[in-house]
Design a protein around this ligand. Sequence first.
Ligand SMILES: NC(=O)C1=CN([C@@H]2O[C@H](COP(=O)(O)OP(=O)(O)OC[C@H]3O[C@@H](n4cnc5c(N)ncnc54)[C@H](O)[C@@H]3O)[C@@H](O)[C@H]2O)C=CC1
Ligand SMILES: O=C(O)[C@@H]1CCC=N1
Length: 278
Amino acid sequence: MTVPAPTPAASPLPPILLVGCGKMGGAMLEGWLERGVRQAVVVEPQPASVAPFSDRVTVCAGVESIPAGFAPAVVVLATKPQQAEAALPACAAFARAGALFVSIMAGKTVAGMTALLGGEARVVRAMPNTPAAVRQGFTAAFAGPGVTEEQRALADTLLAAIGEVAWLEEEALIDPVTAVSGGGPAYVFLLAEVLEKAAIEQGLPPELARRMARRTVSGSGALLAASPLDAAQLRVNVTSPKGTTERALNVLMAPEAWPKLMSEAIAAATARSRELAG
Ligand SMILES: NC(=O)C1=CN([C@@H]2O[C@H](COP(=O)(O)OP(=O)(O)OC[C@H]3O[C@@H](n4cnc5c(N)ncnc54)[C@H](O)[C@@H]3O)[C@@H](O)[C@H]2O)C=CC1
Ligand SMILES: O=C(O)[C@@H]1CCC=N1
């Protein structure tokens, strides 16, 4: 087991404008607030989405009601891809003022977003995931044309505040990233759901089944995070020869089972990410 190195003093977060505060935008904002962001303005037309933040940040129903004089260093675009055409043109003034754009929208290309932002925007395309809310996210990012080293460092500071960051040299790699880490938490939560259901089927009381499934998934995640061992070795460490886990894994790891299903699932999600680019 490794002891984590002490975290170096973190740089202050820049003033942020968040456009779209739904499930992913809200998760990132939660992480930034926990990390101590000082200036954040949120544009969100749905009051219910932004209610958990309304006493901590400035909330606007539209770009036109952003307080005069607020000059974001970074504009984070977190609407659904299908909402981009309505949301982005209103942000063009921030591009002209030199703000960096960080988009988390699945499928939306840098070129497409730059066009919607009036042609002058500097855009980083990023793919985070919802564990950002507890600063345990994983984000892969691609810096579009014209993004300076300073702006890339700014985006890195913002994304590193909510978890681990990896920079991509090719924009097209965002599609498989979207499938694997962007959507990945959903597959892990599905595991907790089906484990709970299977526990109930074997006669365990529902509340106990729920607690066990949640803790088994979250505890295994914590062990994976803390251990230097590969996931495969951690799996082997649970599996006694001729024991009970081996019987279960014989089912899960059969040729047509999990490994094949996961490959098909990731291929389907990657294809959908490419489709969204239009
Ligand atoms: N949910 C997730 O786990 C992840 C989502 N993403 C991306 O994040 C984006 C948002 O996804 P979710 O948060 O799941 O969707 P969501 O529907 O929960 O959030 C989108 C938000 O944008 C708001 N919105 C709509 N039009 C707007 C406008 N003109 N101006 C400002 N806000 C507007 C909506 O009211 C809504 O609250 C998507 O593009 C998705 O591809 C990326 C990684 C993971
Ligand atoms: O499902 C989606 O399209 C988004 C992108 C990754 C996670 N949620």
